[in-house]
Design a protein around this ligand. Structure first.
Ligand code: N2P
Length: 351
């Protein structure tokens, strides 16, 4: 009798089919879809995958109590989510594969999560300018200078704006880049200086066609835009596809971002979420994702494999002098957060 009852129970326990799908939210164009299919094939865990375009969006999803099991915030946002109790600790430092993560990247993450309880890095990358060269040359009447002035200098911008200039919808990154362009650093900046930077962005706003982090690549490719502030991978992937998009790192330098695999406090499937994160930590999986997205892996073993096969972009190494992003102080961060929606919607003049 006991046997009869146990058999179906056992079969259920061993069955790889999980009733609830794992809800994963990640940045747009930031995965190799075949990796998700392979994860499901191996573990039986179905993945319900959705994308977002900005840190504000994922913050809002968590605040609204959206049922998510894995999210991938950028480092600053990660810190904010931890402080607000929106993430669940999962002893990230004890996961297999943790030891292969690059020390420089881990130092950056440690600024927000010193003992690595809440997250491991997923990918990193930097920001530059993506240019439709023939169009931009025509607008400027000559060669395109490799400077952040293309998006921040009023005179250059005025010449380019008719053919289309855009910024990324990434508040801290844009503010930090404009501060760097002016020889300052966001990390040490006070409220008075940052208010002036934001006012300046407000005055430049009429010259930007839009501020968005996903539409610009197609629009550059089809000639609807001239110059866009761009995520490395998105621009390099477009160039690799043959679109007329050139990615440049301006001579003033740029910044590096790191995105983190985290589990929301309200996750319904934390065990499966951990299984997903463990899978992402495998060197071959991280290398596959880097290959497909043209972003960089934080995994030293994956990087070595990419290097060996000549994937110079994906195998890029973070160097200590690669510069200049420091998270803003909390009150400065609030100032930026408050201003940003008004800049997006082009109502900076009003209160
Ligand atoms: C966009 C991914 C960019 C991530 N494809 C920025 N944190």
């Amino acid at each position: 009798m006991k046997k009869w009852i146990m058999a179906p129970l056992l079969a259920f326990a061993l069955s790889p089919v999980h009733a609830q799908p794992l809800n994963v939210a990640n940045w747009n164009d930031y995965i190799d879809p075949a990796v998700l299919a392979d994860f499901t094939r191996e573990t039986g865990i179905e993945v319900n995958y959705r994308t977002y375009d900005s840190d504000q969006e994922v913050y809002a999803l968590l605040k609204q109590g959206e049922a998510l099991d894995v999210v991938v915030p950028s480092t600053d946002n990660f810190g904010k989510l931890i402080r607000e109790g929106l993430l669940r600790p999962y002893a990230a430092a004890s996961l297999p594969g943790f030891e292969a993560l690059e020390p420089l990247i881990m130092a950056r993450v440690a600024g927000h999560d010193p003992t690595h309880e809440y997250g491991v890095p997923y990918l990193w990358g930097s920001i530059g300018l993506a240019v439709n060269v023939p169009q931009a040359e025509a607008a400027l009447g000559g060669p395109v200078p490799n400077t952040w002035g293309l998006v921040f200098d009023k005179a250059l911008l005025a010449r380019l704006s008719a053919c289309g200039v855009t910024l990324l919808d990434s508040a801290n990154d844009v503010t930090s880049l404009l501060a760097n362009y002016q020889g300052r650093s966001l990390g040490t900046a006070g409220e008075a200086y940052v208010s002036r930077v934001l006012e300046q962005l407000g005055r430049l706003r009429p010259h930007y066609r839009y501020i968005d982090s996903s539409r610009y690549v197609d629009d550059l490719g089809s000639g609807k835009l001239c110059v866009s502030m761009a995520w490395t991978g998105d621009a390099l992937a477009a160039a690799a596809k043959g679109l007329p998009v050139k990615f440049m790192v301006p001579e003033e330098g740029s910044l590096v971002f790191v995105d983190i695999l985290a589990i929301p406090a309200a996750a319904k499937n934390p065990e499966e979420a951990q299984a997903f994160i463990r899978y992402m930590l495998r060197p071959e999986v991280s290398a596959r994702i880097a290959r497909a997205t043209y972003y960089q892996t934080p995994n030293a073993r994956a990087r070595q494999a990419l290097e060996a096969e000549g994937g110079s972009v994906q195998a890029a190494r973070l160097s200590a002098d690669m510069f200049g992003y420091q998270a803003p102080r909390e009150e400065v961060g609030k100032l930026i957060d408050d201003f940003w929606p008004r800049l997006l919607e082009n109502r900076v003049g009003s209160r």
